[in-house]
Design a protein around this ligand. Structure first.
Ligand SMILES: [Ca+2]
Length: 119
């Protein structure tokens, strides 16, 4: 699908980590939280940086890590996004490429934002 430029997820969070800056990536669409799969290995530090900047501010430049394959445990909602591909310059995931469906809880992606680094 082609997403209009005005499309925004209502919210994003990282679930099941030791704090709100690491965990399973979840987005809220139409009031419902769901997870994000990395079925094709799209996720690298570019996508993770966009997630962290959306939580920590657009100027944040710290170290990020991707933890795929449900590293933070499988979500209990629906998988809402797949094929996420960012340049790294976006301010949140809704500006990246993606499709709004998914099916694989075992491929859910997690992100770690190292808040001891960056500004
Ligand atoms: Ca990528």
């Amino acid at each position: 699908m082609v997403c209009p430029l005005v499309f925004r997820f209502e919210a994003i969070r990282l679930a099941n980590g030791v704090n709100q800056f690491e965990g399973r990536v979840e987005v809220q669409i139409n009031g419902i939280w769901g997870s994000v799969q990395d079925y094709s290995g799209n996720w690298d530090n570019k996508e993770a940086l966009v997630v962290c900047k959306s939580l920590l501010g657009a100027e944040w430049t710290g170290t990020v890590q991707v933890h795929s394959n449900a590293y933070y445990g499988e979500g209990d909602g629906k998988v809402r996004l797949s094929n996420v591909e960012c340049t790294g310059n976006e301010q949140d995931l809704s500006e990246c490429g993606f499709v709004t469906y998914g099916w694989s809880h075992s491929k859910e992606v997690g992100v770690f934002c190292d808040v001891s680094t960056g500004i």
